[in-house]
Write a protein that binds this ligand. Structure first.
Ligand code: HEC
Ligand code: HEC
Ligand code: HEC
Ligand code: HEC
Ligand code: HEC
Length: 287
């Protein structure tokens, strides 16, 4: 009996996911959420994800987050930095920080300031390198954010990867979920955010325009259909920085008509009607 219990304990500790633990160092936190180990079996997906902005969701937005910490919290709220404050941005930019201890959250906040404000380039780069390990990765989307279905299936379970097919694997547990293929899954981060105190954070409002302007006018595609499924975009998630998809979003409709008739006269002329239409599933640009 005893050896069996040991095996269970070791197995639980070795789960790739955090349970509800609080991590005290950045190394512990990023290790628990590391996705390096997914490479060996999901190589293509990993490569695509690495090339996407989801893999840079902190370092690519560093300036704005630094301003929130220094100006927003420091001057406007006039309060000391806390984990709760940091999650106002990181709830979407790096949700794993929910599992950081209060002191680690503060350490991450000072790393962000160092990465922007340090005088020495090497100090800046060292801070950036550490922060680059915080991002929206496989575990965030395939476990943490499955909380979108909390009402139906409860909290996401540690160690389970939820996917559209739930294909079986001996490497880890999987579970089929239809929610990951719905727009509201993306809308959790690509829309207005309400932190626990009821404040409103409007970092981006794209999901609102998808609902009202696109679905409201009869649009039927999901975010996943346009950004992943079509053209086999997979996990690259192209957006405003990729010419291909930007072109797709802007329709050019030219209608020219030759007219030669004016009352009583015959004047060759033409009417050219140029229409620029938005073919994306939401307003562009976002903001
Ligand atoms: C509801 C989720 C959410 C919250 C909360 C949030 N963001 Fe964002 N943020 C996003 C998403 C999604 C994008 C990418 C949007 C796009 O490009 O259309 C983004 C983009 C950004 C960018 C621009 C990156 C670029 O393309 O140059 C900055 C800067 C930024 N966020 C800073 C912040 C700060 C500062 C906070 C906290 C006050 C914050 N965000 C809170 C989701 C969020
Ligand atoms: C921004 C969220 C997001 C991130 C990050 C993400 N995925 Fe996905 N993934 C999805 C969604 C959404 C689908 C389902 C797409 C659909 O329904 O068409 C999916 C589908 C999959 C599938 C099944 C379909 C396929 O393409 O084979 C696998 C396997 C998968 N992801 C693995 C990964 C791995 C491994 C990583 C990290 C390297 C990762 N995902 C990162 C959102 C994400
Ligand atoms: C030893 C190989 C192996 C490793 C390592 C591995 N996986 Fe998988 N994974 C599989 C296999 C096999 C399947 C089932 C078939 C499929 O969907 O590709 C699967 C399925 C999945 C699915 C479900 C896709 C669906 O069918 O809906 C997700 C999500 C997923 N893996 C994510 C991950 C993540 C995240 C990691 C890293 C933390 C990881 N996997 C590491 C082999 C592996
Ligand atoms: C956990 C939060 C989160 C989830 C879930 C999420 N995203 Fe994102 N996404 C972000 C953040 C944060 C950024 C911005 C990264 C940056 O540039 O700093 C981003 C960037 C993007 C971009 C590139 C934006 C640009 O300006 O080019 C696209 C496209 C995108 N996401 C689509 C999706 C789609 C589609 C889904 C659903 C399948 C999804 N995202 C799910 C947080 C999320
Ligand atoms: C009908 C297809 C379609 C649908 C549906 C769709 N998108 Fe897009 N999306 C596009 C195109 C095309 C672009 C490129 C246009 C541009 O950015 O100029 C784009 C751009 C984006 C960008 C970059 C925006 C920017 O300019 O900063 C993000 C982020 C994004 N989409 C996320 C989403 C999310 C999240 C959903 C679902 C709520 C969604 N999209 C639904 C086609 C679509």
């Amino acid at each position: 009996m005893k050896p069996f219990r040991w095996i269970c304990v070791v197995f639980l500790l070795a789960l790739p996911l955090t349970a509800q633990g609080e991590y005290k160092t950045l190394d512990e936190l990023t290790k628990a959420y590391s996705v390096d180990k997914c490479k060996s079996c999901h190589g293509t997906v990993h490569k695509e994800w690495e090339a996407s902005y989801h893999s840079q969701s902190v370092v690519h937005s560093l300036g704005g987050i630094r301003n929130f910490i220094v100006v927003g919290v420091g001057k406007e709220y006039d309060e000391p930095m806390s984990k709760e404050h940091l999650l106002r941005c990181m709830g979407c930019h790096a949700p794993q920080i929910k599992d950081a201890s209060e002191s680690l959250a503060k350490e991450i906040a000072s790393l962000i300031i160092t990465a922007k404000d340090a005088k020495s380039r090497s100090k800046k780069n060292a801070a950036k390198k550490k922060l680059a390990k915080l991002n929206v990765n496989c575990i965030i989307c395939h476990n943490t954010m499955i909380k979108v279905a909390k009402n139906v299936r409860g909290d996401p379970r540690p160690g389970v990867f939820y996917g559209p097919k739930g294909g079986k694997s001996s490497a880890h547990k999987t579970e089929k979920t239809t929610e990951i293929s719905r727009s509201v899954f993306c809308g959790q981060c690509h829309g207005i955010y309400t932190p626990p105190d009821g404040d409103t954070i409007g970092c981006n409002t794209l999901y609102g325009s998808y609902q009202d302007a696109y679905r409201g006018n009869g649009g039927t595609e999901t975010c996943q259909a346009c950004h992943m499924g079509k053209k086999k975009r997979g996990h690259t998630f192209p957006g405003a920085y990729q010419v291909g998809i930007v072109k797709e979003g802007i329709g050019l409709d030219v209608q020219a008509m030759g007219i030669k008739l004016h009352p009583g006269k015959w004047i060759p002329t033409a009417i050219v009607d140029i229409g620029l239409t938005n073919k994306a599933g939401h307003r562009i640009p976002d903001g």
